[in-house]
Design a protein around this ligand. Structure first.
Ligand SMILES: [Fe+2]
Ligand SMILES: [Fe+2]
Length: 330
């Protein structure tokens, strides 16, 4: 099967994620005909098609370049007088939330390199998949810096107090290490949740530049989700990582009072190990993020990602729990 097949499958997969997240598929680079893509069957690409890291990394690079956009230009063209109190709050909280992406990407680069070397000589296709993940984390990190800088600089422009150095350092706290499939599954869900949140906010915003900024960031989050699904699926496809780990994470998000409900929960959790951005949303922004239609989209997106990663389809949180219990018992 050639590259054209994967391009078609991947493009359809991406459109589906856009549809599920509630973000419309538009923006620079997204409507080109022969655009680069996220490879949906990465383990097979290395193992059966004998594709190489040089080839896959070029595809990643082409994709990254095709989607680049200018945060400075968008921030400078926002007209503060067009912004409501909710818009201002969304900008401020998104700026803080996005600060936690860098430690996550830093950790991924380190973890992936260690894990890749563990598989060399045992399963070389898997070692290549994980090296592709570590290499891709450089684009992920760079794209997240657009988000962080865009929103946090705009917040300053709107008159919010700058963060102290101690707060910046606190936001950079690195998450504890975990099983790689669990980590990738969690990240695919977090990116999906972020995409839905941005989709929700974009609907409320009147200023065209702020709306564009939010939509660009949301489109990046959809693309990040797509990459995490691709890497997680490749790990599961190799047979070396147990799908029950993905189900454990899905259960953690979907269970009553789980991660999915974030700021809509009655209390805000303090986590000594890291900062989770959805725990910090309050007032109007929290309401927009936790609106019933947003929660439904997030649930659907998580179930969709879980199916793409593991190949097992579930239609409700209860079914996820049942399958998880079965997998744990096996
Ligand atoms: Fe982001
Ligand atoms: Fe992201």
């Amino acid at each position: 099967m050639g590259a054209a097949f994967f391009q078609e499958v991947s493009t359809a997969g991406e459109s589906r994620l856009f549809e599920l997240s509630g973000l419309s598929e538009s923006g620079p680079g997204l409507s080109e005909r022969r655009r680069p893509t996220v490879i949906p069957e990465l383990y097979r690409a290395f193992r059966e098609e004998r594709r190489t890291l040089v080839d896959i990394l070029w595809e990643q690079h082409r994709f990254h370049e095709s989607r680049r956009w200018n945060a400075v230009e968008l921030v400078e063209s926002v007209r503060p007088e067009n912004l409501t109190d909710l818009d201002r709050f969304v900008v401020w909280s998104a700026g803080r939330a996005e600060m936690t992406a860098k430690p996550s990407a830093d950790r991924m680069a380190r973890l992936a390199d260690v894990e890749c070397r563990r598989w060399q000589g045992k399963d070389d296709a898997l070692a290549s998949v994980i090296q592709a993940l570590g290499s891709w984390s450089r684009y992920w990190n760079e794209e997240e810096s657009h988000h962080e800088m865009g929103f946090s600089q705009l917040a300053l422009q709107l008159g919010f107090e700058p963060l102290s150095d101690a707060s910046v350092i606190d936001y950079r706290k690195v998450f504890p290490d975990d099983d790689l499939l669990r980590t990738l599954t969690m990240l695919s869900f977090s990116e999906g949740i972020a995409a839905v949140n941005y989709g929700q906010y974009a609907r409320h915003v009147r200023d065209p530049s702020l709306r564009m900024l939010i939509k660009q960031v949301g489109a990046d989050e959809v693309q990040h989700m797509q990459y995490f699904i691709s890497f997680a699926k490749a790990l599961a496809d190799s047979g070396a990582y147990a799908p029950k780990e993905s189900f454990a994470v899905a259960h953690l998000f979907l269970r009553e009072g789980g991660e999915l409900y974030g700021s809509s929960r009655a209390h805000v959790e303090y986590r000594g190990t890291h900062t989770n951005w959805w725990d910090h949303l309050e007032d109007g922004a929290g309401k927009a993020a936790a609106a019933p239609e947003a929660l439904e989209r997030k649930r659907t997106l998580i179930l969709h990602a879980l199916k793409r990663i593991t190949g097992i389809s579930c239609s409700s949180p209860q079914e996820v729990e049942d399958v998880w219990m079965d997998l744990v018992g096996d």
